[in-house]
Unconditional design. Structure first.
Length: 287
């Protein structure tokens, strides 16, 4: 999950640069096309391995069914969250977008309560600490609420639903195949908007080539697959806290790649986030 956060953190730089050349629908569609192309060979390798192990080339019926259903649901949530995020970044500052997106670390345990899952005291405390850290690190200047803030808030909610959906299916699916299905759903939905709303030309896509390649090959192809694999061994609240580190690594990537510097306040925010993540992994006796 930490590796996933690193990949996603650097992807913020790619998303920012890519949006200088193409629209949200085009960026989403092209990045997830690459994600699908990355995972297809992996699926073929897995099929070959099952054949060599005498397990046949076809997965169990229940696994195939859950992989398809889970992949479609996750794909819908992932696409909607990505679209709200891409549009939200247009209308609000990156700092505010980072904080508002981070609210999924609070939304996840709330959703878990509705699903009758017990949330530990340490996870609640760590979620609060991490949220304060994101606030200290990310909020800059303007504090009013605009359309961009609302879009990013919806993004956080939908990301939370995707996290919970993965937790629901993760033990009953082929994780790589499920990830491929969700990307394919994103491609289909993204292509509709790309062709109807934006109608991009090839030159603009080529201009955004490097950001799209990173977002497609690493952020999508590798990152979301690692997310599914990582959530097999972690409760969703802890997983969401670890994934929330993407904003910290985003700040680091901005320093290294874009030569942006961190203020003392931002460094304090980073420290609070790391403290929250550590606390989330400490077991407490809840009475």
């Amino acid at each position: 999950m930490t590796l996933t956060a690193i990949i996603w953190g650097v992807a913020f730089v790619a998303q920012s640069v890519g949006m200088d050349h193409v629209g949200p629908w085009t960026f989403i569609c092209t990045r997830y096309i690459l994600g699908v192309l990355v995972l297809l060979p992996v699926i073929c390798i897995g099929t070959k391995r099952r054949l060599l192990e005498g397990k046949g080339t076809v997965l169990d019926h229940d696994i195939r069914k859950n992989t398809f259903i889970g992949g479609v649901l996750c794909g819908i949530f992932l696409f909607c969250a990505s679209l709200f995020q891409q549009y939200g970044i247009i209308y609000t500052s990156v700092g505010k977008a980072g904080f508002i997106t981070a609210l999924y670390i609070i939304i996840v345990p709330i959703l878990s309560i509705f699903l009758h899952k017990k949330i530990g005291l340490n996870e609640w405390i760590s979620a609060v600490i991490a949220t304060v850290g994101f606030y200290v690190m990310s909020i800059q200047g303007q504090t009013g609420v605009n359309i961009g803030d609302i879009l990013i808030l919806v993004c956080a909610l939908v990301f939370s639903m995707q996290i919970m959906t993965i937790d629901r299916f993760v033990d009953k699916v082929d994780p790589v195949a499920m990830s491929c299905v969700q990307f394919f759903v994103c491609v289909i939905l993204g292509m509709i908007g790309m062709l109807i709303i934006e109608k991009p030309d090839l030159s603009s896509i080529i201009a955004a080539g490097i950001p799209i390649l990173y977002a497609g090959l690493l952020s999508s192809g590798a990152g979301y697959t690692l997310q599914i694999l990582g959530q097999r061994d972690l409760p969703p609240t802890v997983a969401s806290l670890l994934m929330s580190l993407e904003s910290v690594f985003s700040a680091l990537a901005g320093f290294v790649i874009l030569h942006q510097t961190l203020s003392v306040r931002e460094l304090i925010g980073c420290a609070l986030v790391f403290a929250g993540v550590i606390l989330a992994q400490i077991k407490m006796n809840n009475k």
